[in-house]
Design a protein around this ligand. Structure first.
Ligand SMILES: Nc1nc2c(ncn2[C@@H]2O[C@H](COP(=O)(O)OP(=O)(O)O)[C@@H](O)[C@H]2O)c(=O)[nH]1
Ligand SMILES: [Mg+2]
Length: 361
């Protein structure tokens, strides 16, 4: 997916408007930048966490200014939400520019184990002895999963039982801006290896409108600053122009409420052995079905902004029903629908979307 159209431009303009931009670049971020930059010479590696859905746009601005002075590793996190083929291409792209790059889902234990091994190998390659204390500074824009990675690595890290007993936790939240200080977490002994979790930092300026809209879509900027309905509209414009909804076709031919999300029968039987969130599954199926049918029945031109807006507004109306939100709630009802839609998108239940096309990088 290349340019994401006029809805993205509109969203980007909101992000860049003076009253909004003064809210997302906080004094806390400015302080974090100088604390991070001061520590760069003291750490062995900088680990830049990016969002696999926007591997280019989620770059950590301060690191560009210091590039060349530090060893750098790039992690494309949330790969479970991004297009697989695009992620592979992005990993190759970063490797070709001479840095180690790993695509992971920080909620996946195997991914974290592999990453832990890779980080330990990087330290061994430095030729240090077992009494050395090594450190990786984890940096990135807000909400890319830095604290989730640190927690997961600290939990499975190779540290003594005594140290395990005192495991600490970095705060993880769906809202950006939760990590306020730089904190260290041990992940290995002999040599001792520490990860430094840091607060997320946004670029001081959004170089173009699309950048602002992409960062807002992935949740790096607080939704309420930008407006949930505008965000949902932008997401729907991407969905309507994309390919993901096409695999929801079979939902129309599926029966009653107990049928699972397009899984063959044998898999359904297996799945029923385990507790699942049936209400959520039912709602997701209903949302997909309504969106799919609305696109199928749409006779306008998706390349025409006004016609696309008509489709999106019709979809938001349909989604009131799917999410059981009364139309009587007016503007607030639209906001509730938008919040629920964005939540489904951000947990990957409406498909995998990579918003940065490698060719546009
Ligand atoms: N789907 C998905 N969600 C993730 C992943 N890693 C983190 N998250 C979620 O992203 C949100 C932000 O995570 P957090 O670690 O607080 O990000 P930070 O601001 O960069 O420290 C939380 O809701 C996490 O559960 C991932 O690999 N996949
Ligand atoms: Mg954090």
């Amino acid at each position: 997916m290349g340019g994401i159209g006029s809805f993205s431009t509109r969203l980007g303009a909101i992000v860049r408007s003076p009253n909004i931009s003064s809210s997302w670049f906080t004094t806390q971020m400015a302080a974090a930048v100088s604390a991070i930059v001061d520590r760069i010479p003291l750490v062995d590696f900088m680990v830049e966490v990016r969002d696999a859905r926007v591997p280019l746009s989620s770059g950590f601005d301060p690191i560009r200014r210091t590039s060349g002075e530090c060893r750098r590793i790039v992690i494309l996190n949330k790969s479970d939400l991004a297009d697989r083929a695009q992620t592979e291409k992005w990993v190759e792209h970063f490797e070709q520019s001479n840095c180690f790059c790993y695509a992971i889902n920080s909620h996946n234990k195997d991914n974290i184990k592999k990453l832990l091994n890779c980080l330990c190998t990087r330290i061994r390659e430095l030729g240090v002895n077992t009494s050395y204390t090594a450190s990786f500074m984890i940096v990135g824009i807000p909400n890319v999963g830095k604290s989730s990675i640190v927690n997961a690595m600290h939990q499975i890290g190779r540290i003594s039982a005594e140290e395990k007993g005192k495991l600490k936790h970095a705060i993880v939240n769906t809202h950006p801006g939760e990590t306020k200080d730089i904190t260290s977490f041990k992940i290995a002994s002999h040599p001792n290896i520490y990860l430094l979790d840091t607060p997320g930092v946004l670029p001081l300026e959004m170089s173009d409108l699309e950048l602002g809209s992409k960062l807002a879509l992935i949740g790096a900027i607080d939704d309420c600053l930008v407006g949930e309905v505008e965000l949902a509209r932008c997401f729907l414009s991407i969905l309507n122009r994309g390919e993901e909804y096409k695999c929801w076709e079979k939902l129309n031919s599926m029966g009653g409420e107990n049928s699972h999300l397009g899984k063959p029968d044998s898999q359904n039987k297996r799945r029923r052995k385990y507790p699942t969130d049936h209400t959520q599954d039912f709602i997701v199926r209903d949302v997909r079905k309504r969106i799919y049918n609305s696109i199928l029945e749409f006779e306008g031109n998706l390349e025409n902004d006004e016609e696309m807006l008509n489709l999106i507004d019709a979809q938001l109306l349909l989604l009131h029903e799917a999410f059981r939100v009364s139309l009587e709630n007016g503007e607030d009802g639209y906001r509730k629908v938008a919040v629920k839609l964005l939540n489904l998108y951000r947990i990957g239940r409406l498909g995998r979307y990579t918003l940065d096309n490698l060719c546009s990088g």
